[in-house]
Design a protein around this ligand. Structure first.
Ligand SMILES: [Ca+2]
Length: 351
C-alpha cells in the first residue's frame, strides 16, 4: 500500500510536471502562431503595397517619330517618382536600331536591366532619323537587336509573373506584337494561351492609336491587319488616346538638357523642335490619369463604343455602343497645362 501510495504520489508529480510542460508547449506554440500570423500579415501588406503600384509594359516603335523617346523619358521620370513601375519595353518595329535606342535611354535613367523584347516576325520597317545615332553614341547593355529576347516570349514571361489583373499595357506603336501575343499558345512561362493570359493578367490596354470620331492614324494603319486582329480579339477594355489630342507642342527646351542625355540627342537628330506629342499624352494618361492624379482632369472618357477599322486602308471610325469594349479620351484640359506637365517630365534628370 505504502509502495502504491508512493507510486501514486510520483505519478501525481509526473502528471503535474507533464501538465506544466504541456502548458508551456501550448504557450510556446501560441506565441509561434501569433508570430507566423504577424509575419504573414506583413508579407501580405508588402504584396499589397507592391501590387498597388501601377505596372506598365511599354510597346513602342521608336523609329519614325521622336515622340516615343519623349514618352520613354517621361515613363522613367514617373518611375523615379514612384508613380509607376516599368515592367518592360517591347519594340514593335523592324528597324534594328530602335531597341538599341530604347536600351540607351533605359541605361541613362539607371534602368539598364529593364526587360526588353524585339519583334522577330514580319512587321513594319521604317527609317529613323535618330535611333542609330543614339544607339552608336551612347552607352548601353545591348549590342545588337539580334541579342534581345523575342517580343511575345518576353511579354508572356513578364505577364506570367504578375498578380492577376495588375498590368497596364501602353502601346505607342504598331499593334503587331499585341496581335502576336493574343495568338500565342501555352509555353514554358504559362499554360494559358495568349488571350487567356491577357484576360487574367492585364488590367487595361491604353492604346495611342486611331483618330476620333474618324481618321487614318499611323499606329493603326501601318499594320492594319494586325491592328484589326489585336483589337477585335482583345479580351478586355481598351482606352484609345487618339491622334487629335496629341497636337500640342512640347520639347521647346529639350536642347538645354545635358549633352550626356540621349533624349536630347534624339530630338536634336530628329530636328523638329518643338514637336507634337501623341505618345507622351498616352503616357501621362496611363500613369497620372489612371492614378487619379491632377492629370486625370485633363481628359474625360467617351461613352462605350467600338473602334472600327477599314481593312482596305486602315482608316477608322468610332461607333457608339453601350456594350462596346472601347472608350477614347476626350480632352477637357487646356493644351498649355498638359504641355507644361509633359515638358516637366521630359526634362527630368536621372537620380
Ligand atoms: Ca510611336
Amino acid at each position: 500500500m505504502k509502495f502504491l501510495s508512493t507510486h501514486t504520489v510520483n505519478r501525481n508529480v509526473d502528471c503535474h510536471i507533464t501538465a506544466e510542460k504541456m502548458t508551456k508547449r501550448i504557450i510556446q506554440c501560441l506565441i509561434a502562431l501569433i508570430l507566423i500570423i504577424n509575419l504573414s500579415a506583413c508579407d501580405k501588406m508588402a504584396e499589397g503595397d507592391k501590387s498597388n503600384t501601377l505596372r506598365i509594359i511599354l510597346d513602342t516603335d521608336m523609329e519614325s517619330d521622336v515622340d516615343d523617346v519623349g514618352a520613354l523619358a517621361m515613363l522613367h521620370a514617373l518611375a523615379d517618382f514612384g508613380e509607376t513601375e516599368i515592367m518592360g519595353v517591347i519594340v514593335c518595329a523592324k528597324n534594328p536600331w530602335s531597341i538599341l535606342c530604347a536600351d540607351r535611354i533605359n541605361t541613362y535613367f539607371n534602368r539598364e536591366n529593364l526587360p526588353l523584347g524585339q519583334l522577330r516576325g514580319p512587321g513594319v520597317d521604317r527609317e529613323s532619323a535618330y535611333a542609330r545615332g543614339v544607339a552608336e553614341e551612347f552607352p548601353g547593355t545591348l549590342k545588337s537587336s539580334d541579342d534581345a529576347p523575342e517580343a511575345v516570349d518576353q511579354y508572356r514571361r513578364i505577364l506570367a509573373m504578375q498578380p492577376d489583373n495588375s498590368v497596364v499595357i501602353l502601346s505607342i506603336g504598331y499593334l503587331t506584337n499585341l496581335r502576336d501575343l493574343i495568338n500565342s499558345g501555352p509555353d514554358r512561362h504559362s499554360s494559358l494561351d495568349g488571350r487567356q493570359l491577357v484576360d487574367r493578367k492585364v488590367r487595361l490596354w491604353v492604346c495611342m492609336g486611331g483618330q476620333f470620331p474618324s481618321g487614318r492614324e499611323a499606329n493603326i494603319r501601318w499594320d492594319t491587319e494586325a491592328s484589326i486582329e489585336a483589337i477585335d480579339k482583345w479580351p478586355g477594355e481598351i482606352i484609345f488616346s487618339g491622334w487629335e489630342i496629341g497636337l500640342m507642342d512640347t520639347g521647346a527646351d529639350i536642347l538645354d538638357l545635358p549633352e550626356s542625355n540621349p533624349v536630347r540627342r534624339a530630338y536634336q537628330l530628329f530636328d523638329r523642335i518643338p514637336h507634337k506629342n501623341w505618345d507622351q499624352v498616352a503616357v501621362l494618361y496611363a500613369v497620372r490619369g489612371l492614378n487619379d492624379g491632377p492629370a486625370a482632369h485633363y481628359w474625360q472618357l467617351s461613352g462605350s463604343g467600338r473602334l472600327v477599322i477599314d481593312p482596305a486602308d486602315g482608316s477608322n471610325t468610332w461607333e457608339e455602343d453601350p456594350a462596346g469594349p472601347h472608350r477614347h479620351l476626350i480632352q477637357v484640359g487646356s493644351d498649355e497645362e498638359i504641355a507644361r506637365e509633359i515638358d516637366e517630365l521630359m526634362m527630368h534628370l536621372p537620380e
